[in-house]
Design a protein around this ligand. Structure first.
Ligand code: 87F
Length: 512
């Protein structure tokens, strides 16, 4: 290398702090250095490396198992949508039209008709539903597919959180009665809440979307909303929609009523969760050292690092230490721990500590010659840095219990963050103040769309918080099922210029 050529060094650790001003940089360093993402030369598209894909696999495994218990079957529908099918439901597609990606050519020749890449699969699946459903005996029909979708967004992309291609599951079901359909909407929403709360250790607020924010094609939308305390932003976690008979009327999905012999339109639902989940877990639990993985979604829950291998250590002692590490790995594997032993001899223990910390492995197990002699190991928690020496006797249970504790503690920490930032107010100036203090605000709301537009517009500030963009106004996030308190009769809507009575408390906040 020529003298003056400066070697570009990528240092191992995350250097940006997880603080509001440097959060974007922290996020980008974390996901690349933790080997979750590789950048790609198509804007808005990213390579999901095994370290992030494993989180998605844990989510898919849980959710796939649970929906099958509800009688849902998996299927696969094509990625391409004909122009004719896509435009069958022009009404609500109009809002989304700018985001649809089209294939117009093969090689150098124009296709006779452009073909769309699915942004969601209603228009792909429902023509088939119309064929398959004839009699009440064909109901309910509950299908799910695990697939990719493409939405050509023009807002600034962020890996996992806003990407042009993403992975998701989309469930689409049809029932004879509204009641059955509505029951499923809530059953699925609860599974989404469990993905967040039980797997990702992230508390969510369950609720109904406002008229402005609901899926326009449906009757109502339910949602789970998470909170990212690092920037005070809310993020939609997953949605479960009741479509009523809107789509069955458009697509002629009907069955013959067994009593009256009249044709009846089916009642439908659709529901989806995406790889955005991975971004949320990074944002919520990560810290200045990088990623912090909840044990239930970590593909490596504990890493064994041999320590104290000095130049003076006899070769047979070194061999014995490595053997002990391997034995420990085997016994932990037997106990059900997802464990890896890092026996590489070209890296120091210190380097390995940093490496696995950065990658968010919940537990580090250190084993040195002295520990071997005393039949013990040193265990260090990623989330708290707590370090303790424990006996190798019953180590399987010790580690399993510790992983459980970490999972619970991560949830408790995130729950405290949510609770301490979830506020309630009836007063507009206080609403603005709380919004600027990064709070989520539950306020009385009339539910009217143009009033929600005004709340967003009038809560936006002139100050520039992000490249070129003025501080975002408050969005209606959801109408929490668990209302903060009973709405006193006569309570007015939060917006000062709205003279209507409030219908419910709605949770507002800045959001992704
Ligand atoms: C973008 C382009 C075209 C969202 C879009 O939430 C169409 C759409 O219909 C579109 N973005 N949506 C709404 C999707 C609704 C619904 N679909 C099934 C879900 C869950 C899974």
């Amino acid at each position: 290398m020529a003298d003056r050529e400066v070697k570009k060094v990528t240092r191992l650790g995350v250097e940006a702090k997880k603080e509001p001003d440097t959060l974007a940089e922290w996020y980008s360093q974390t996901i690349t250095k933790a080997e979750m993402i590789e950048y790609y030369d198509v804007s808005g598209c990213y390579i999901l490396r095994p370290w992030s894909f494993a989180i998605w696999e844990a989510i898919t495994k849980f959710f796939d198992t649970e929906i099958k218990k509800l009688g849902v079957e998996n299927a696969y529908f094509p990625i391409f949508v004909s122009k004719q099918a896509l435009e069958k439901e022009k009404t609500h597609i109009a809002d989304f039209a700018p985001e649809v990606a089209w294939v117009t050519k093969s090689g150098q020749s124009e296709l006779s008709e452009p073909i769309a890449v699915r942004p969601t699969s209603e228009t792909v699946m429902y023509p088939a539903y119309a064929k398959w459903i004839q009699s009440h005996r064909d109901l309910p029909l509950k299908l799910n597919q695990w697939c990719n979708v493409v939405r050509w967004e023009f807002k600034h992309p962020t890996p996992f959180l806003r990407t042009r291609e993403f992975l998701w599951q989309e469930g689409h079901s049809a029932f004879a009665t509204r009641d059955e359909a509505v029951a499923e909407v809530f059953a699925i929403l609860e599974l989404y809440a469990r993905i967040y709360e039980e797997l990702l250790a992230i508390p969510v607020v369950r609720g109904k979307k406002t008229e402005k924010e609901k899926f326009a094609g449906g009757d109502f939308t339910t949602t789970v909303e998470a909170y990212i305390s690092a920037n005070g932003r809310a993020i939609q976690g997953a949605t479960s929609h009741h479509l009523g008979q809107n789509f069955s009327k458009m697509f002629e999905i009907v069955y013959e009523d067994p009593d009256s012999q009249e044709k009846q339109f089916v009642f439908q639902n659709s529901w989806g969760v995406t790889t955005r989940t991975i971004g949320v877990v990074i944002m919520v639990h990560g810290d200045n050292k990088g990623l912090v993985l909840p044990p239930r979604v970590a593909c490596v829950q504990a890493v064994i690092v041999p320590c104290g291998v000095t130049a003076s250590l006899a070769e047979d002692k070194k061999t014995e230490l490595m053997k002990k590490c391997t034995e420990l790995k085997e016994s932990l594997t037997k106990a059900g721990v997802k464990v890896r032993a890092d026996l590489r001899d070209n890296y120091s223990p210190g380097w390995k500590f940093n490496h696995w910390e950065l990658k968010g492995v919940p537990l580090r197990i250190e084993l040195g010659p002295r520990d071997v002699k005393q039949n013990q190991v040193v265990v260090v928690r990623r989330d708290t840095a707590d370090k303790k020496t424990v006996s190798q006797e019953g180590i399987g249970k010790t580690i399993m219990d510790l992983l459980d504790t970490i999972q619970k503690d991560l949830y408790a920490k995130a729950k405290k963050e949510l609770d301490s930032n979830l506020s309630t107010t009836e007063d507009w100036p206080d609403f603005i103040k709380k919004l600027d203090n990064q709070k989520l605000i539950q306020a009385p709301f009339c539910g009217v769309i143009h009033c929600e537009d005004n709340i967003k517009k009038d809560s936006a500030r002139d100050a520039v918080v992000e490249e070129g963009a003025p501080a975002m106004g408050a969005k209606g996030l959801c109408i929490p099922f668990q209302q903060p308190q009973e709405l006193k009769p006569g309570t007015k809507c939060i917006h000062p210029k709205c003279s209507k009575e409030a219908k419910f408390y709605t949770m507002f906040g800045r959001s992704y």
